[in-house]
Design a protein around this ligand. Structure first.
Ligand SMILES: Nc1ncnc2c1ncn2[C@@H]1O[C@H](COP(=O)(O)OP(=O)(O)OP(=O)(O)O)[C@@H](O)[C@H]1O
Length: 231
């Protein structure tokens, strides 16, 4: 068995201090391997987003071990966290596109963290990625000129253009209708399979569970045993 790209061991997490301190995650353990599409489900407030932000090196791991791409994140210095983040594509429910930039410029932004990619290559790769998500005719449009589904596709293109080893997606279909939501997830799945990326996707949307290789469930801060593949 190869090493997991994400190895979570006995992670606890707390919010608040003093008498307000509250435990949110309880002894969470999971191993996620290269190329896997894993969906995390669970009730609102159960701790899914918290876990995703810990994996994404966006929040400090307090207790336990969180190894991402071979790097221990707990107590890691800032520059190592930044290095890990460069290998992760993030897709959040609020797509966070910059309104003053076109679709292509929004996508291109994530390549600016990669100095080995020239500006010309970045422009070309961004346009190609938008083409891949079905927005070839929309590269020069601004976010306010695009529909919710189109904006979400721009966010996917932005997350995938740098060929990240890991894609973390939090409710990527929440604002979308059934068909668009499914399209968006299938695009993510096929692009990630082509690039060999690992996808961890949080969703309440039962209709997309079949794209997963595995489904894991969070309840009251505890990750329940992994179910076998649904496909
Ligand atoms: N910054 C914070 N400070 C204090 N409590 C927080 C903070 N962020 C989240 N929480 C609490 O932690 C718990 C887990 O929140 P989290 O967002 O991880 O859940 P979730 O499973 O992603 O929920 P949802 O499906 O509604 O997004 C909730 O009780 C929430 O109120």
């Amino acid at each position: 068995m190869p090493d997991p790209v994400i190895a979570i061991d006995c992670v606890n997490h707390y919010f608040g201090i003093g008498s307000l301190r509250k435990q949110i995650l309880f002894e969470v353990c999971a191993d996620i391997y290269s190329g896997e599409v894993v969906i995390m489900t669970g009730p609102s407030g159960s701790g899914k987003t918290t876990l995703l932000t810990l994996i994404g090196a966006l929040r400090s791991t307090q207790e336990g071990s969180m190894r991402v791409l071979g790097q221990e994140l707990r107590a890691a210095p800032h520059h190592l966290l930044v290095q890990v983040r460069r290998n992760i594509g993030y897709i959040f429910q609020a797509h966070n596109l910059l309104n003053s930039l076109t679709a292509r410029q929004n996508v291109q932004m994530s390549l600016e963290l990669h100095p080995q990619v020239s500006a010309r290559q970045a422009r070309q790769q961004s346009a190609m990625m938008l083409e891949a998500v079905g927005l070839g005719n929309w590269v020069d449009y601004y976010p306010h000129e695009l529909s919710g589904g189109q904006k979400q596709r721009v966010a996917i293109a932005r997350a995938l253009v740098s060929q990240p080893k890991i894609v973390l997606a939090d409710e990527p279909t929440a604002a979308l209708d059934k068909k668009t939501g499914r399209d968006v997830v299938e695009i993510m799945q096929s692009l990630a399979k082509q690039q060999g990326s690992t996808i961890l996707l949080v969703t309440h949307d039962n209709r997309i569970l079949d794209v997963a290789d595995r489904v894991i469930n969070m309840e009251d801060g505890r990750l329940s045993s992994l179910t076998t593949a649904l496909v």
